[in-house]
Design a protein around this ligand. Structure first.
Ligand SMILES: [Zn+2]
Length: 184
């Protein structure tokens, strides 16, 4: 390999150059990212968590003043968490996505429903082998598509990718909403 080829070969994690940062694969969503801003989120690589934090920073700053932004931030947070499940933990984030996307529940009710969601969230035996959209795709498209549209299509993709779990998650959503109605 010539020097020029080595320099051009930036798309892989091949350690051809000692100075090159090594890309890491996120154990949750599978995004391949070179180290950038570092964050911390269960089930995610530090680079992936960092990229998510940077991507939603504007939403976090506005959420206190604007309920629509707060709802969008909740949707983004749940899409991200659903994509980064922790083995053995109940799938509360996937359950919330079901409530927001399929049942028309307002994401702003997340706090009030938290107890019921925790009680009903199923433990899922498997996770999707591949996610069609990750936060890396979101970040890459931010220049051309606005964030609310990106977050909505990402959340739908995350929910759709988890199709194998839909029966269990929908049953849990029914339990949450039934309990919610009975509790009033
Ligand atoms: Zn990830």
């Amino acid at each position: 390999m010539t020097d020029a080829e080595t320099r051009a070969d930036t798309a892989t994690a091949d350690p051809a150059g000692p100075e090159r940062p090594e890309a890491e694969v996120c154990p949750g969503c599978g995004a391949v990212l070179v180290p950038g801003p570092v964050g911390s989120s269960p089930g995610a690589s530090a680079s992936c968590a960092g990229l998510f934090e940077v991507t939603v920073r504007g939403l976090r700053e506005e959420a206190a003043q604007d309920v629509r932004t707060a709802a969008l931030l909740q949707l983004a947070t749940d899409a991200y968490a659903a994509q980064h499940p922790v083995a053995g933990e109940p799938a509360a984030a996937a359950l919330r996505l079901c409530l927001w996307l399929e049942r028309g529940t307002d994401p702003l009710r997340a706090g009030g429903l938290a107890g019921r969601v925790d009680d009903a969230a199923p433990r899922l035996p498997s996770r999707p082998v591949r996610w069609t959209t990750t936060v890396a795709d979101l970040a890459a498209d931010l220049d051309v598509v606005d964030l609310p549209a990106l977050v909505r299509s990402w959340a739908h993709a995350v929910w759709t990718d988890g199709a194998a779990a839909h029966p269990a998650v929908r049953a849990a959503a029914d339990a949450v909403l039934t309990g919610s109605a009975a509790g009033r």
